[in-house]
Design a protein around this ligand. Structure first.
Ligand SMILES: [Zn+2]
Ligand SMILES: [Zn+2]
Length: 280
């Protein structure tokens, strides 16, 4: 099993970091978790064509986590010789989002159908959407998955995924504060991927900004680096993987971020630029 951080950014646009997106490769399957800004550029950099993506798992419907789902769906449809609809698994609400997205893409579909006979013969652009709840399970080829409740209130619902293949387990949370659902999802996992923010830096930024209230608001619904490390220690996780750095982690700050995690978690802490990966 290989885990690659395709995008380590956040809603704040960054020239060096794509939006939230993680690739899990196991058993010949390529599973994307969330699909943020620029995810497909990083997907190609990881050597995976859009048509090779088995499934896109969505943790919640915040824009930064689904910005480029339309790019994945369209690029796949345009590039593949056959029409194999993308499978999207997400929380209730994802179906309405995908339906609206397909509506947005309908002029494009018409142009391409008008221009390419073979694409027209392949039929319409469709997506296979599955809305799931905590407690549900699913399979992606030989990869088995379970759905877990996370706490990103007032964003409801939000979920995380535990994927298992060949005895290896990765737990992937989107944005969430520590909670029982995340603990259960992470129990003895080989790797735990968590989106994080720096409470100290975000607080300082909020104080310095004339209108810092909006920045301060984000403190109460994301895990801090320390909290992610505490969850990892509590759940007996082997490797902690941090992503979605807020504020963006500047070059040379890696050790500073890592130190906040290693104060609470004794195992390996993986973080870095886009395309940082971990093989289990
Ligand atoms: Zn969010
Ligand atoms: Zn986010």
């Amino acid at each position: 099993m290989k885990i690659t951080l395709l995008g380590t950014g956040s809603p704040i646009p960054d020239p060096m970091r794509a939006g939230p997106c993680t690739l899990v490769q196991a058993g010949g399957e390529n599973v994307m978790v969330d699909c943020g800004r620029g995810a497909l550029m990083r997907l190609m950099a990881a050597g995976v064509f859009p048509g090779m993506v088995s499934t896109c798992l969505v943790t919640h419907l915040h824009s930064d986590h689904i910005t480029d789902l339309n790019d994945l769906v369209t690029s796949r449809w345009v590039m593949m010789p056959v029409n194999v609809p993308l499978r999207v698994i997400g929380p209730p609400g994802i179906r309405a989002v995908v339906d609206a997205m397909l509506q947005m893409l309908s002029p494009d579909q018409q142009y391409r159908h008008d221009h390419h006979d073979d694409l027209r013969a392949n039929g319409p652009l469709t997506v296979n959407v599955e809305e799931v709840q905590p407690g549900d399970s699913f399979s992606i080829g030989a990869v088995s998955g379970t759905v877990h409740e996370t706490d990103h209130r007032p964003v409801r619902p939000s979920i995380g995924f535990r994927l298992e293949h060949d005895g290896k387990v990765v737990a992937l949370a989107g944005d969430t504060v520590p909670c029982a659902g995340v603990d259960e999802m992470c129990r003895n996992a080989d790797a735990y991927v968590q989106t994080v923010i720096r409470h100290d830096l975000v607080s300082a930024l909020a104080d310095a900004l004339p209108n810092g209230g909006r920045m301060r608001d984000i403190l109460d619904y994301h895990s801090s680096v320390e909290q992610a490390a505490q969850t990892a220690a509590r759940a007996g996780v082997k490797n902690l993987v941090l992503t979605h750095y807020v504020p963006p982690m500047a070059p040379g700050q890696e050790d500073d971020w890592k130190a906040q995690a290693t104060a609470h978690f004794s195992g390996p802490v993986i973080l870095g630029p886009d395309l940082t990966s971990l093989e289990l």
